[in-house]
Design a protein around this ligand. Structure first.
Ligand code: UDP
Length: 270
């Protein structure tokens, strides 16, 4: 890393790498603290040693845990309910300390539920054993899984299933570009929620995938999945005010359609 940073004259690091599956973090927390926290500590240390000016970090809505009210603003106290969320909080804290001690400029982007695929179908999610809802649902619609299981139908939400704020991956990419411009223009270190401020339940997502695909795939009702908060939706006030960012693909049907199309592209190559 040090050699690469020097040879390529890197001045900003955008740190995307990490482990991202909530239930996996519950089963194997130390792996998450190692990969997300310790490796981030090493990267921040390297950044400081090499005189990196700016650092943009991929964090998560999982840092909030169960919140008392939605939409959730960035200054809300953090009570993560999974090792995944806790592993990311620790990195956020390290960045704040690195700024205070050494003046490192940074932005934390708290991703809500990222989904969809590049509209030009150049890239999309490829993980072989996917666990994320929209990916699993489009796989079920295309017959790559026998069924989809809904984890919990007894949550205190309007239909009993969990509610999430799904953001299209291309809008999320643009948030990184906007955060970089913000830091380059001298913006002070800040944390930004990256979502749309609108929540959809698991049932609503399943319905959207059924409609987009025209396939009435099998849905089973299962028990709650450990580490899942019931209802989380972003406040987008800060990102809208401070960054030159306005979402272009903030529509569940577009997100689902792109995820479905991408899954078909993947099929062709397998
Ligand atoms: N979910 C589900 N069945 C699945 C995958 C996910 O019911 O096969 C639910 C999950 O319990 C959560 C929501 O869908 O309430 C979003 O989960 P996902 O894993 O996509 O993202 P997370 O919110 O955990 O980051």
């Amino acid at each position: 890393m040090r050699q690469l940073i020097r040879e390529c004259h890197v001045s900003t690091i955008i740190h995307f790498a990490g482990s991202v599956i909530v239930p996996e973090s519950v089963r194997n927390p130390m792996e998450y603290y190692f990969n997300n926290t310790i490796n981030s500590c090493n990267l921040i240390t390297t950044a400081l040693d090499c005189g990196i000016e700016r650092f943009i970090f991929s964090s998560t809505a999982a840092v909030y845990g169960n919140v008392d009210s939605v939409p959730v603003a960035e200054e809300t106290p953090l009570h993560p309910v999974s090792p995944y969320g806790r592993s990311k909080v620790m990195t956020e804290l390290m960045l704040a300390d690195a700024h205070a001690a050494y003046g490192l400029s940074y932005a934390v982007l708290r991703y809500f539920n990222v989904a969809g695929a590049d509209p030009g179908m150049r890239t999309g999610q490829c993980s072989p054993a996917a666990t994320h809802l929209i990916k699993v649902a489009v796989q079920a619609a295309l017959g790559r899984r026998p069924a989809l299981e809904i984890f919990g139908t007894d949550y205190p939400t309007f239909d009993g299933s969990c509610v999430r704020d799904y953001i299209h991956v291309s809008d999320l990419v643009q948030a990184h570009v906007a955060a970089l411009d913000y830091l380059k223009a001298g913006g002070s270190p800040t944390t930004f929620n990256c979502g749309y401020g609108r929540g959809f339940s698991v049932f609503e997502v399943v319905d959207a995938v059924k409609r987009a695909s025209g396939v009435d795939f099998q849905v089973n009702f299962g028990s709650r999945r450990p580490g899942d908060p019931s209802y989380i939706v972003a406040s987008v006030k800060r990102i809208s005010e401070l960054l030159a960012w306005s979402p272009k693909l903030n529509d569940l049907h577009t997100i689902v359609a792109h995820a479905l199309e991408w899954e078909k592209v993947l099929h062709k190559h397998q």
